[in-house]
Design a protein around this ligand. Structure first.
Ligand code: THU
Length: 160
């Protein structure tokens, strides 16, 4: 038996001003997408913005449903829209912001597990890692270098 350490390093920013201009602007796009979320049930609003290699910015937000499990997270709305509109165009980065109508979300909200798996498909297929930048409504912002940093041992087509 041997132990293997799987470690993730992230960058933590205190303000958007500290970030690369491109990252800050992508986050501002995610924030504007968040403000259009359809989240009447959870009142938890999430926005996602994807920068594609062709310069397009794809926005998504959570879309809830009275039949709760039929809703979809912002990240998957965005990545599936990107895949549908621009198949094969690489994702350069993803920004996510979350807020709540009930509390102030003051810590970074990373993509949920199901979204990580959905995003992994694209990172693996494009053979190029893409950074993920995420925050709440206020407070610190986290940046990872890749999706795989958030989801070691993701399931992929090599198992099929
Ligand atoms: N949600 C997202 O859109 N992204 C995440 O990564 C976490 C959760 C949404 C789903 C649901 O509409 C609401 O937030 C509360 O879970």
């Amino acid at each position: 038996m041997k132990e293997i350490k799987i470690a993730t390093t992230v960058k933590v920013f205190d303000t958007l001003e500290e970030m690369l201009l491109e990252d800050k602007n992508l986050m501002l796009s995610a924030i504007s997408a968040r403000k259009k979320a359809y989240a009447p049930y959870s009142k938890f609003n999430v926005g996602a913005a994807i920068l594609l290699e062709n310069g397009e910015i794809i926005l998504g937000n959570n879309q809830e449903n009275a039949a709760y499990p039929s809703g979809l997270c912002a990240e998957r709305v965005a990545v599936y829209y990107a895949g549908a509109q621009f198949p094969g165009i690489k994702i350069l980065k993803l920004a996510v912001s979350a807020s709540s109508n009930i509390t102030k979300v003051n810590k970074p909200v990373g993509p949920c597990g199901a979204c990580r798996q959905a995003l992994a498909e694209y990172e693996i297929t494009q053979k190029q890692p893409f950074p993920i930048i995420f925050m709440g409504e206020i407070g610190q912002i986290i940046k990872t270098d890749s999706l795989s940093a958030l989801l070691p041992f993701s399931f992929d087509s090599s198992y099929l």
